[in-house]
Design a protein around this ligand. Structure first.
Ligand SMILES: NC(=O)c1ccc[n+]([C@@H]2O[C@H](COP(=O)([O-])OP(=O)(O)OC[C@H]3O[C@@H](n4cnc5c(N)ncnc54)[C@H](O)[C@@H]3O)[C@@H](O)[C@H]2O)c1
Ligand SMILES: [Zn+2]
Length: 283
């Protein structure tokens, strides 16, 4: 949960970015873990709780880790998915949804694909949660996969997994639920009968889903505004996407309470949280 004190956003700068938002026909929103912080989903680098405290990301978020201790990795992702399921979109997610709906109703002036194509807001996210979708937004690319998709570690066949209900009196995301999930073993794949199911997350050392990457890249090459929300800009290659928008000549706005790796590269910096700044930009 993010309790970062937010410096007041400069009103002149806010007004300037509001104009960019109002004029944009093909904006792209790139979101990271900070987008969901105000929904109560800790970011990667927030105060580390639960298993993050006891295990490094490398011990949980690699295929080697999964093969070495499938039960540990499985239970951790199960616990996380159960936590996210209990959280709700915040005013930032809702503002993005309204912005997309607004552009959906702008008539297509028939511009050629080279000229950018039809108007519309694109969202590409590093988040593995589904809070954009639950706010009513169509997400073009989940660059790092999803907590709610599973596939066989051997034959890659997708499979559904029942995440189960919470025990009475147990809170989603609690240490108690984490302990309870540790009794679970990843199920066997029903297709090949050999492999176990793994979460559909992009782990360290793995390639991003090529179609999701290509769609995001294309949208950034054609965008007229890029808003980067809640990402530290440390995880590559996702962190390079704002540079594609800059290369296309589009203004790039960073929304983040803190300085990031991207701050020096972007054209506008709004120091604030997603839940505060995005509604102020869109409404
Ligand atoms: N919700 C999720 O799906 C989730 C959560 C944690 C980590 N992850 C994964 O971990 C990796 C981490 O990279 P990352 O750059 O997305 O996250 P990160 O944890 O590296 O950085 C989070 C960024 O969000 C900012 N932030 C914190 N609170 C904010 C708020 N209320 N509003 C706006 N910004 C805020 C921080 O200053 C920081 O720059 C990604 O691969 C992501 O897939 C996903
Ligand atoms: Zn299989």
């Amino acid at each position: 949960m993010s309790e970062i004190p937010t410096p007041a956003v400069d009103p002149g700068l806010l007004a300037e970015v509001r104009e960019l938002v109002a004029a944009a026909r093909r904006p792209v929103v790139l979101s990271g873990a900070g987008m969901s912080a105000e929904s109560g989903i800790p970011t990667f680098r927030d105060a580390q709780t639960g298993l993050w405290e006891r295990f490094s990301a490398e011990q949980l978020a690699t295929e080697e880790a999964f093969l070495a201790d499938p039960k540990l990795v499985w239970s951790w992702y199960r616990w996380r998915a159960r936590m996210v399921r209990a959280r709700q979109p915040n005013p930032g997610h809702e503002a993005v949804a309204r912005w997309q709906q607004r552009l959906d109703s702008v008539p297509d002036d028939g511009s050629s694909p080279e000229a950018g194509g039809a108007p519309g807001l694109v969202v590409a996210t590093q988040n593995v949660d589904d809070l954009h979708e639950r706010a009513g937004t169509r997400v073009l690319s989940h660059l790092h996969g999803s907590l709610f998709e599973f596939r066989c570690v051997l034959c890659s066949t997708p499979a559904d997994v029942d995440l189960g209900e919470l025990d009475q009196g147990v809170e989603a995301g609690s240490e108690e639920d984490l302990e309870a999930q540790r009794l679970h073993t990843p199920p066997r794949c029903e297709v090949c009968g050999e492999g176990r199911l793994r979460p559909g997350i992009v782990w360290f050392g793995e390639m991003l889903p090529p179609a999701a990457w290509d769609r995001a890249y294309d949208a950034l090459e054609r965008c007229d505004l890029c808003v980067v929300v809640g990402t530290s800009g440390l995880v590559q290659p996702a962190a390079s996407l704002p540079l594609v928008a800059l290369g296309a000549g589009a203004p790039v706005v960073e929304v983040n309470p803190d300085q990031t790796e991207l701050t020096d590269a972007v054209t506008h910096v709004l120091r604030g949280t997603a839940g505060q700044v995005l509604p102020a930009l869109v409404d």
